[in-house]
Design a protein. Structure first.
Length: 157
């Protein structure tokens, strides 16, 4: 069992929105992800869980996680990265970050940056493990519940 990483398409939106709802207190809607498909500054990558390296015909049911970013000139901003609870601790998050880094390098990006809840120690540990460094703090950035955000950045050049 493994995952492959590809650009989100219409068939993935329902599953992506469900993972978003499962993972975040203020989730994006299906319509918001649909809008991302038409946004030239947006990129959403999905992790598709596979059996023996092949994707079933029910691709939409195999979405294990996703990462959504904005690309502004040579800068990449992670909006959301989430892995479904049933697929955690299988390397999906690391794989999504690796696929994103490849895409960012192909677009000649100079860095990738994100905010993460200060209490989300597993995510902070994941980001550190692949080379992200703490770049600052955003006070009371998150709501429901109110919490500071740790700003983390990985330079690509």
């Amino acid at each position: 069992m493994s995952a492959i990483y590809k650009t989100m398409c219409k068939e993935h939106i329902k599953a992506v929105a469900q993972i978003e709802k499962e993972c975040f207190s203020c989730p994006w809607s299906e319509n918001a992800f649909h809008d991302e498909l038409d946004n030239a500054m947006s990129l959403t990558l999905v992790a598709l869980w596979t059996n023996e390296g092949s994707i079933s015909f029910q691709e939409k049911e195999n979405v294990a996680g996703f990462v959504n970013v904005r690309i502004v000139k040579d800068e990449v901003y992670i909006n959301n990265l989430a892995v479904s609870k049933e697929f955690r601790l299988k390397g999906i998050g690391k794989g999504l970050l690796s696929a994103l880094e490849d895409a960012a390098r192909n677009k000649k990006a100079s860095f990738i940056t994100l905010e993460v809840r200060e209490s989300n120690l597993p995510a902070i540990s994941l980001y550190k493990s692949v080379g992200y460094k703490k770049a600052g703090m955003r006070k009371r950035f998150y709501r429901e519940p109110d919490e500071n955000a740790v700003l983390m950045t990985k330079y690509l050049i």
